[in-house]
Write a protein that binds this ligand. Structure first.
Ligand code: UDP
Length: 328
């Protein structure tokens, strides 16, 4: 059984990845500092608590476990926070990743899967966004992810690192078995916030602007279920294990939903009223972000199966209903 080091494996997407890896016959080994992840979400292999800048710890891990590949999910991921505190973003997302890569090379572990983001594209010049779209991020979060993508290109050219940069659109939904779900503190994402309103934990959902040039004036996003993200990672992993060396894919559905559509479906599924209030647009929020996923479908042979809005919100609703205080 191959060991996969899952950095950030106690987080929302990383923990689900571990479950999926384990089901597919791999052994996940989690490294997580638990600053934003949850110990209770690590169930499919050992949890090593620590930082990925900790050289001694990384050397211990690489010498103790025969690691076939590293999947890296640990990152700060809030645009607003990145503008207020760019130093934390460059340190956590870039410097720590560099340390991890250096120790991988030292241990001769040469397969790396990176959680990138559609934020590397910046304001879209056309929709849908393909992998060839110019990369001009407009905030420190997007820039920190692009910097790592560039480091990966250089490490591939010089040291033979094999890598996948997987650019997620809006990760959403929960484990269809109800074991794992979204528990961010603070929560900033639309779907969990809307469902917290449905549960009576918040008074109303704020809609960030209804004056965009979209069908109902609210922003459009491409929501991708964590199950589909996990299956894409596995396909990319197996291609890298099979000898491919440079894999760059958008992970989205190619279909966008407006904020109002999301709230409407959340009302239908929960059967609750969900009051709303229109407020100012969030600075730096593009009106429309929708992926082209043709490359992932054609080359990875990937099919998103859970990412219709109903499956996303239904699985998320089950999670929030049964875990009203998250993992606590
Ligand atoms: N959004 C909103 N109200 C909220 C949170 C988000 O209207 O309380 C909007 C946001 O402007 C964006 C969409 O919902 O258009 C998805 O936002 P989210 O924060 O979930 O993900 P992002 O697109 O920022 O990664």
């Amino acid at each position: 059984m191959k060991n996969i080091l899952v950095v950030g494996g106690a987080g929302y997407i990383g923990s689900y990845m571990c479950k999926y890896l384990s089901r597919q016959g791999y052994q996940p080994i989690v490294l997580d500092n638990l600053s934003r992840g949850h110990q209770q979400a690590v169930k499919w292999g050992p949890l090593i608590k620590g930082e990925c800048r900790d050289t001694d710890l990384l050397r211990y891990i690489f010498s103790t476990y025969r690691i076939a590949a590293v999947m890296h999910f640990a990152a700060f991921c809030y645009v607003g926070e990145s503008v207020e505190n760019p130093s934390a973003y460059y340190f956590n997302n870039v410097a720590q990743t560099l340390k991890l890569l250096q120790e991988m090379l030292r241990a001769n572990v040469l397969i790396f899967l990176f959680s990138s983001t559609c934020a590397v594209y910046g304001e879209p010049v056309g929709i849908p966004i393909a992998e060839t779209h110019p990369q001009r991020p407009i905030n420190p979060y997007g820039r920190s992810k692009l910097m790592v993508e560039q480091i990966l290109e250089d490490f591939h050219a010089t040291y033979g690192l094999k890598f996948a940069s997987l650019r997620y659109f809006n990760a959403a939904g929960a484990d269809p078995d109800g074991q794992l779900g979204e528990d961010h503190r603070p929560e900033t994402h639309l779907i969990p916030l809307t469902l917290q309103v449905a549960l009576g934990q918040r008074e109303k959902i704020q809609i960030f602007g209804d004056d965009c040039a979209t069908k109902d004036g609210t922003c459009i996003r491409d929501y991708i279920h964590i199950q589909d993200l996990a299956s894409a990672h596995l396909l990319a992993l197996e291609r890298l294990l099979g000898g491919r060396c440079r894999e760059i894919f958008n992970l989205g559905t190619g279909r966008g939903y407006s904020v109002r559509e999301v709230i409407k479906v959340a009302r239908e599924i929960s059967g609750r009223p969900i009051p709303e209030e229109v407020v100012q647009r969030r600075p730096g929020d593009p009106a429309v972000l929708v992926s082209s996923n043709e490359k992932a479908i054609a080359e990875l042979k990937w099919t998103p199966r859970y990412s219709d809005l109903y499956s996303i919100i239904e699985t998320a609703w089950q999670w929030h209903k049964t875990h009203p205080t998250g993992y606590r």
